[in-house]
Ligand binder design. Structure first.
Ligand SMILES: NC(=O)c1ccc[n+]([C@@H]2O[C@H](COP(=O)([O-])OP(=O)(O)OC[C@H]3O[C@@H](n4cnc5c(N)ncnc54)[C@H](OP(=O)(O)O)[C@@H]3O)[C@@H](O)[C@H]2O)c1
Length: 260
């Protein structure tokens, strides 16, 4: 008889990518803790997952940008040994160009994309590593590789998630915890008005994106870029990045910077 995979805690479960993850994980036999602010959407999804897949579903209605809300989710992760998987999908795009100076919007975005994601990953890393199993999936974005004045802080937040996940893997993989960064390109969800106005050939359906990400997860990939056909292109980038390491912290400046 198949063993029960445990409980998956999914942030951003009320919409888009997180909602599809919840469905796919329920199909795989996980019970769920769904996190989001939209209580009605969470309730609707929970009812549908229970009816369709027979899953046990708990909801946490919480604003992850607010310390009390985030603390409630952290506590749940910390205290429930049945939670074996964290899907960090909550995220938002906003703030516009830095030169537009929308400081409050930028801060709200960073509080979700960076602070909440990091704190939840850190709690999961600690409790999963102590148990010697579990998995953490962080939603980054292909924007991690893109310079864009229109969404500078969003793109930077996703580069942060990629970098964080690479280091987290070094931290916890030896203790039995699987880690994955998922880097979708444009994905048809409310975040990008379901792709309205974008050429269809650069927008993926959320179902296809999540199925690909889960295939990457099953294959044990640390970084999954769902639309990237030539995986060697990413491997090259990763290798070149690592190859810089012996050269970027030395006692002397490079010769071109030395006074004549
Ligand atoms: N769609 C894309 O093109 C795309 C591409 C690459 C990466 N991504 C990443 O994929 C992840 C999911 O995006 P999506 O496309 O599924 O977006 P979405 O449909 O807009 O969903 C965003 C989710 O984040 C939650 N969220 C936002 N602010 C929150 C807050 N303050 N507290 C708690 N939850 C909050 C929302 O829940 P409530 O509104 O209920 O709070 C919602 O469930 C994000 O990290 C995004 O950056 C998306």
């Amino acid at each position: 008889m198949a063993t029960h995979p445990g409980i998956a805690l999914v942030t951003g479960a009320s919409s888009g990518i997180g909602e599809i993850y919840a469905d796919r994980l329920a199909r795989r036999g996980y019970d769920l803790v769904l996190v989001g602010r939209n209580a009605d959407k969470l309730q609707e999804l929970a009812a549908s997952l229970t009816t369709t897949h027979g899953s046990k579903v708990e909801r946490i209605v919480a604003d992850l940008g607010e310390p009390g809300g985030l603390a409630r989710v952290e506590r749940r992760l910390e205290t429930d040994p049945a939670i074996t998987l964290l899907i960090n999908s909550a995220g938002l795009i906003g703030g516009g160009p830095l030169s537009a100076g929308q400081l409050d919007d930028l801060t709200s975005m960073l509080n979700i994309n960076v602070v909440a994601l990091t704190r939840l990953a850190a709690v999961a890393a600690r409790v999963f590593a102590a148990r010697g199993n579990g998995a953490i999936v962080n939603l980054a974005s292909a924007m991690a590789f893109i310079d864009t004045p229109a969404a500078a802080a969003y793109a930077a937040s996703k580069a942060y998630v990629l970098n964080l996940t690479l280091s987290l893997d070094l931290d916890v993989k030896p203790r039995g915890v699987q880690v994955q960064a998922v880097l979708p390109g444009y994905t048809r969800t409310p975040m990008i008005s379901d792709g309205a106005g974008l050429p269809a050939e650069i927008v993926m359906d959320a179902d296809a994106m999540v199925d690909a990400a889960l295939a990457g997860f099953d294959a044990g990939e640390l970084v999954t870029i769902p639309s990237l056909e030539q995986v060697a292109a990413y491997d090259d980038w990763a290798e070149r990045r690592v190859a810089l390491r012996p050269h970027i912290s030395l006692s002397q400046p490079a010769s071109r910077y030395r006074a004549a």
